[in-house]
Each structure stands twice: as C-alpha cells, then as structure tokens.
Write a protein that binds this ligand. Structure first.
Ligand code: NAP
Length: 525
C-alpha cells in the first residue's frame, strides 16, 4: 500500500489542512515521507458525527458478529506483511524482533476479545423475576445488562506503536464493548498508524458495518486531541503517555457540560523490594535479573523497574557491585523519539545534579542520535522521604536504589510512594513475615503485585490488571490490559417490567443467547 498522509474519516480519505507532522527515524534523525497534515475542527466534527450515527447499530449487532469484526481486523493486520513491520521499525527505532512480537500480541489481543464476546459473560446479565405475591410489596420484574458508553477516542501510545496504538488494547476493548472508535494517531508513528487504520477500515467494509465505526485523525494533541475529548458526542477516552498529557485531557473531559471518563495510563516507577533473605541467597542473580529488566527496550516500558528498595548491609553491597558492573557493559539503545530522548536526558541530569542522589553506574555511551545510556543511582530512605523529585518517572533505562536502615524505613518508603502499576517482591521463605506486614500498604499503592519476577512483560489474559492509583492511571477502578478492559467502556442498564418482545435479546425469558445469567441470586449452570 502506498502511504498518502491522508486522514481517514469513516470510509473517506481526506487531506488535512493543519500543521504538518513528519515521522522521524530516531536511529538516524532523518524525516520519513510522506507528510501528514493534521486535521482541524471540521474533521473532528465529521468523525464525531459519523461515530455517533454508527453507534446504535454497531452496539446492537450480535456479539458473534462483532467477534468476527475483531478477527477480521487481526487478519487484515497480518496481511499487511513486511511493510507494516519495516515502517514500524523505521518510525520507532525498535528492533525488528520486538515489532514482530508486538504485531503478534496485537492480533492475539483482538482475537482474545473475540472469544470474550462469544462467551457473553461481559453482558453480566442479572435477572430478578417478578414476585407479585410478595408482602408487604410485590416485586417488579428487573433485568440488567451492560451497554456500551458510546463513541470512544483513543490516543495511540508512542512506546507500543502496534499493541497500544491504532488497533491496540484500548481500541480492541472499545470495539468489543460496542463503541465506535476515533483514534488520534501518535505523531511519532503516523505511517504505521495509516497502515493499521486502513486495515481496520477494510474490516469495517468487509463486515458490512457502518463507516463511522472507525476514523483516524492526525494532528496536535492540544488541538485535535482536545477538540475530540471536548466533543459532546464522545463518551470516553483511552490514553497512554505522559502525566502532563493525561492530566490535560482529563481536565478537558471534566470541563465538559457532561464530564466523561478518561482512562489515562500515565506514570509509574514500579518499586522492586529486595528482602534480606533473598538478597543473602542470590544478590548477584537479582542484579542480573534487574539489569535485564531495566534495560530491555531502552527502558521504555510503563512497567520499567525505576525504583529498588532494600535494607543496607553486605548483601545489598553485593547487589550494588554486581548491578553496577553489569550496567557499565550495557550498550546504548535508540529511543523512540527525539522528544523522549531529551526528556530522558533531562531526567538523568536532574538526578546527577541532585546532591541526595549518587550515581552507582552508567552504561556505555555513543555519539549516535537519540541513544539511551543506562543509569543506576542510589539514595538514602531519609532523603527519598524528603525529596518528592526523587519519585519522578525518568522514562528510559534509569533507576534509583533507596537504601533503608531497617524494616521500619522500608515500610515508611512504601507508605510514601505514589500510585503504581506494579510492586515487586523478591523474597525467600524467611522473608514472608516481613512481606506480610507490607502487603496492605502495597495493595493500596499498586494494581499488580509480583513475587520473584520482574514487572516488564505484561501478559494479555483474563486476570491481568494493568492499572493502579494515581498517577499510574487517572481511574483506579480499571485495567487497560487483559479482558477486564472491556468493562471500562460499558455501563449497566436495568429494564423493569418489560414485555418479552421489547426486551434486548440477552434478557429474554427463554435465554436465546444461552448466557450464564444471575437468576434470582443464583448463577445458572
Ligand atoms: P505524550 O507527550 O503524553 O503524548 C501522548 C499523546 O497525547 C500524543 O498524541 C500527544 O499529542 C497527546 N498530548 C500530549 N500532551 C497533550 C496535551 N497537553 N493536550 C492534549 N493532548 C496531548 O507522550 P509521549 O509522546 O508518548 O511521550 C512523552 C513522555 O511520556 C515520555 O518521555 C514519558 O515520560 C511518558 N510516557 C509514559 C509512558 C508510560 O507508559 N508510563 C508511555 C509513553 C510515554 P502530540 O501528537 O501533539 O504529541
């Protein structure tokens, strides 16, 4: 397919007339053709009008048909072949194998939501049949199901140009729920976005769905993104990116006449606790695991281990020395964009200039453009508790070790943490009593707790939680990875005393969809 740089508004391709976006190959700092002129207010209006018009029919098609649509998108993405892989590599600087893996994850995610749709449990049907003889008051017939919120705006993430972008997790879960989607493409990978956008548009057409089910707009987040979030026809937002971007869009959503939910995944430093016995038995292995996790993908993961917490002593010294030696040998890696590289450089220079942080080790350096040099710093618990700047996310392969005098300081540091996507515990049997005392704090702080693993690598499955208290996300009640993500785009509606013919199919008396309903308080077999 020839890239055109055009917006996709329903089934139409349109040349934008806003500020031009150029993709840049971060490995060489060279621009990539074509130009991507951004959209304007009229494009936002057209996309929202089409999405709104498509909503009522898209949401009521049989779940099995929406499942076919998701599978069709996956097939169309695979059919893009090497062109998609090559463009995503050029626009992101990520290695070929990583992008190939990410394409697999993207398609698997879409197909997983297709199985969710076919099972029907997402409808969460609850029925309390009428009790006309009940005293002192009869009970009406009450039936509940989940319905989609309405058109959703998705902001593609820079660090997952496939799995968290145009056809990524937010789009897959919104489509599964029955919501039309308008994507504001990330300006770092417009060509990848165009290819995937056309794959979705083909799936819309092949499945005979209304064209407004999907649109793709380029343009500045402050203009096009804010206009989309402020449009009254939009009913929810999915976002992954910076804390400032997520907060600005949440503010725009709250300023509407009808505020809407914004599911923004923003900032997390993912504390890793090294317990005394685990350090004693395997300090060197822990250092190896930590450095691998820290430096994978130039540290550009929301679950990157940016904070290590441990008690001082000879075993921690072994960990420090081992991790330091390993980091010194780590080559640089290309970062996603010049902007992300500069933000990383700034974050590292802030730590270097902070008298409360000491540099343990830095990786190899390079003169090539946009290179991430790994860094490990150390501070005391006392200083960490005093200086909020030490909790700031440095997006990339940088981490801070917080050295505690005793278990009480470990507890204080954990209590002081902001909300996190993950918290990791490295422990042995002897560490269990201490871990037990910290669990209530960690459960309040993080969405996923791990034992003896590393937080990078997020499984797409039923039980996953990729969320957490602010600033990890703007809405602590949900996950953006895994099948539970569908719930973000649904809301319950109750039907009271409806004649059977007027009820939605899922709620009819003879249960034509064979759902496992909650009938009079009992789950059906
Ligand atoms: P970003 O700057 O937040 O951009 C993400 C999206 O939000 C883009 O489409 C952007 O539009 C839009 N946007 C940004 N600020 C906005 C605002 N004030 N109002 C409206 N829309 C806005 O994120 P990024 O470019 O991916 O990376 C920048 C930094 O974000 C990184 O250095 C890192 O600190 C953080 N980040 C964190 C994670 C994580 O998972 N925790 C992931 C990625 C990035 P434009 O196209 O105009 O830029």
């Amino acid at each position: 397919m020839t890239l055109t740089g055009q917006l996709l508004i329903g089934s139409r391709t349109v040349t934008g007339n806003g500020e031009i976006i150029h993709a840049i190959n971060p490995a060489t700092n060279t621009p990539l053709a074509p130009d991507y002129p951004g959209g304007d207010a009229s494009h936002v209006d057209q996309a929202c009008a089409l999405a709104s018009a498509a909503f009522d029919s898209f949401r009521e098609i049989a779940p099995a048909e929406r499942a076919l649509f998701l599978e069709c998108i996956a097939n169309e993405i695979e059919a893009l072949g090497d062109q998609l892989i090559e463009r995503a590599v050029a626009e992101s600087g990520l290695p070929l194998a990583r992008i190939q893996g990410e394409r697999g994850r993207t398609c698997q995610q879409l197909r997983l939501f297709a199985t969710v749709l076919r099972k029907g449990e997402w409808l969460d049907v609850r029925i309390d049949p009428a009790l006309p003889q009940r005293q002192p008051m009869p009970r009406s017939d009450l039936r509940q199901r989940q319905v989609p919120l309405g058109p959703v705006v998705v902001f593609g993430a820079s660090n997952f140009p496939l799995a968290f972008s145009v056809a990524g997790g937010d789009t897959a879960s919104a489509f599964a729920a029955g919501c039309p989607v308008i994507v504001k493409a990330h300006s770092a990978h417009p060509g990848t976005s165009e290819l995937v956008g056309h794959a979705i548009a083909r799936a819309v057409k092949n499945c005979g769905l209304p064209e407004g089910v999907f649109s793709l707009l380029y343009g500045s987040g402050r203009e096009v993104g804010t206009a989309l979030v402020s449009d009254p026809r939009i009913k929810a937002v999915g976002f992954t990116g910076s804390r400032s971007g997520g907060l600005a869009l949440s503010k725009a959503a709250q300023a509407r006449r009808d505020p809407i939910p914004v599911y923004a995944e923003m900032s997390s430093i993912n504390p890793v606790l090294l317990f005394p016995s685990a350090l004693q038995t395997r300090a060197e292995a822990l250092a190896q695991g930590f450095v691998t996790s820290l430096t994978q993908g130039a540290g550009q993961f929301c679950t990157n281990p940016g904070l290590i917490i441990a008690q001082q002593g000879p075993d921690l010294e072994r960990f420090i020395s081992s991790a330091g030696e390993l980091i010194k040998r780590i080559p640089t890696q290309t970062m996603l964009t010049p902007g992300i590289f500069h933000a990383y450089q700034h974050g590292v220079s802030q730590l270097k200039a902070n008298p409360k942080a000491q540099l343990i080790a830095a990786g190899l350096s390079s003169e090539a453009p946009n290179q991430c040099q790994a860094h490990l710093f150390s501070t005391s618990a006392e200083d960490f508790l005093r200086d909020e700047n030490l909790q700031a996310e440095v997006f990339g392969s940088a981490s801070l070790l917080v050295q505690c005098r005793d278990a009480e300081e470990v507890r204080k540091v954990c209590e002081h943490l902001e909300g996190q996507l993950t918290a990791t515990l490295h422990l042995d049997a002897d560490d269990l009593p201490l871990a037990q005392t910290l669990l209530p704090t960690l459960e309040r702080k993080a969405g996923r707790l791990l034992v003896n693993g590393w937080p990078t690598g997020v499984e797409v499955c039923e039980a996953m939680v990729h969320g957490g208290p602010f600033p990890a996300t703007s809405d602590v009640r949900s996950t953006s990875v895994g099948t539970a993500a569908i719930q973000r785009f649904l809301r319950p509606v109750c039907y009271q005393d409806f004649p059977d013919d007027l009820l939605p199919t899922a709620l009819r008396h003879d249960n034509p969809m064979h759902l496992r309903r909650l009938l009079d308080g009992q789950r059906e077999a």
